[in-house]
Ligand binder design. Structure first.
Ligand code: COA
Length: 387
């Protein structure tokens, strides 16, 4: 049975910071951020957006009433969840108007969990061919002002509808994975910002890529020439570029050149948004779909998922006949171009204004143009609104 991604939607808030402005404020050479890290802009998450509202805004763009009737499971992957008990998925049940006969659950393994969710959805649909599953990867990547990780912040949500006979990508049963208990990046309970050993994390990410890609080639008999594009988890786009270089080492020059060209399409949106944690790999896939001019049905796309702590996985998907009808060329670029640029001072103010562990405070939602917003807390209960 063909099972995979039938629809994909994405949301990031309306504010951004230009990396040249941040470099100037932090006394760094702009080229360190633009070239060395590979980021030109960074999404800034206003206090009126969190993983739930961003997920609602992403899912709302792709779901029809018929989809909602068929969806019997919502898998919400995040590592910046807003409650230690209640899942992000159950908020969506009401906000987006799903039926009550739906399973709702939140999943966590750093930036990896959305990939696990896709495979769990795959298994569920194999047993229940008529059902559809909504998979969300939503996060707010925060490292702290004036830290080394500051330049690799960002946020947003990817929403994917997983179904039988998908219209975009057919997921292949070829995954290889590797897990190891390491401390490269983590967020202790009570901490609002992640702790990271960035250089070590980059090395683990690349080591895990070698493990899973070597095993993938041994398992399937496919070498690099079988791929038409490779998508990577992109905490910052230079990291994916480093993995790409490993993948194409020793490859036929034409194959290497094609994959390098497609990687520029893969990283185009991430370069302007920053890290997304769970949604990052799938933003790269969307970016490829919307920006590449030469993709064809049947082409094989490789996907490398990585979640610190750590879990790596490599798998592939085949583009489905007619996939191009589901995609609007560069559509999301228009959304990114319409965002409002903040000064560093404004960004720092926004950064410090989020609600944290407060009993009651309502927010000014008028300044946020998004359809779904986080309006504040009343007696520790989070308030979400559809405007
Ligand atoms: N022009 C071009 N490149 C420059 C430069 C300049 N003027 N100045 C520095 N660079 C390059 C460096 O050579 C380096 O490249 P390399 O990685 O290919 O060696 C890169 O820019 C980064 O410089 P570096 O000095 O290593 O930066 P840093 O100490 O500030 O750390 C990170 C950068 C990415 C490690 C740090 O931002 C971080 O920890 N981020 C979080 C990463 C993360 O999220 N990991 C976990 C999720 S998987």
């Amino acid at each position: 049975m063909n099972i995979g991604i039938d629809k994909i939607g994405f949301f990031t808030p309306h504010l951004y910071l230009d990396m040249k402005d941040l470099a100037q404020a932090r006394n760094e050479d702009p080229n360190k951020y633009l070239i060395g890290i590979g980021q030109s802009k960074m999404a800034v998450i206003p206090p009126t957006q969190d993983v739930i509202s961003m997920a609602a805004n992403a899912a709302d763009q792709i779901l029809t009433a018929e989809d909602k009737e068929k969806i019997d499971m919502i898998l919400f992957a995040t590592e910046s969840g807003v409650d230690n008990s209640k899942s992000g998925a159950v908020y969506l049940q009401r906000l987006l108007g799903f039926k009550n006969q739906v399973r709702v659950v939140e999943m966590k393994q750093a930036c990896y969990a959305a990939t696990a969710a896709i495979h769990f959805a795959h298994g569920h649909i194999a047993m229940n061919p008529d059902s559809k599953v909504l998979v969300i990867g939503a996060d707010n990547a925060r490292y702290g002002l004036k830290t080394k990780g500051e330049v690799t912040q960002g946020g947003g949500a990817a929403a994917m509808l997983i179904s039988r006979n998908p219209r975009i990508l057919s997921i292949q049963d070829d995954a290889t994975f590797w897990a190891e208990d390491v401390m490269d990046f983590w967020r202790p309970l009570g901490h609002d910002e992640a702790l990271v050993d960035g250089k070590y994390s980059t090395n683990v990410y690349l080591d895990f890529f070698k493990h899973v890609f070597d095993e993938y080639q041994a398992k399937t008999g496919f070498d690099i020439s079988k791929f038409d594009a490779l998508c990577f988890h992109l905490p910052y786009t230079k990291e994916g570029y480093k993995a790409l270089k490993i993948a194409i080492e020793g490859a036929d020059p034409t194959v290497a050149a094609n994959l390098t060209r497609e990687f520029e399409n893969v990283r185009k949106y991430s370069n302007q948004i920053g890290n997304l944690y769970t949604g990052s790999l799938y933003l790269g896939f969307l970016s490829l779909l919307e920006n590449a001019n030469d993709l064809k049905a049947g082409m094989r796309i490789g996907l490398y998922s990585y979640g610190s702590g750590a879990q790596g996985e490599f798998y592939s998907g085949l583009l489905r006949p007619g996939f191009e009808k589901q995609i609007k060329h560069q559509a999301f670029q228009n959304v990114l171009d319409a965002r409002q640029r903040l000064t560093v001072e404004e960004y720092e103010k926004v950064y410090n204004s989020r609600i944290k562990d407060e009993k009651t405070r309502m927010l000014d939602i008028e300044s946020d143009p998004a359809k779904y917003v986080f309006a504040g807390v009343k007696d520790y209960q989070r308030q979400y609104l559809r405007k």
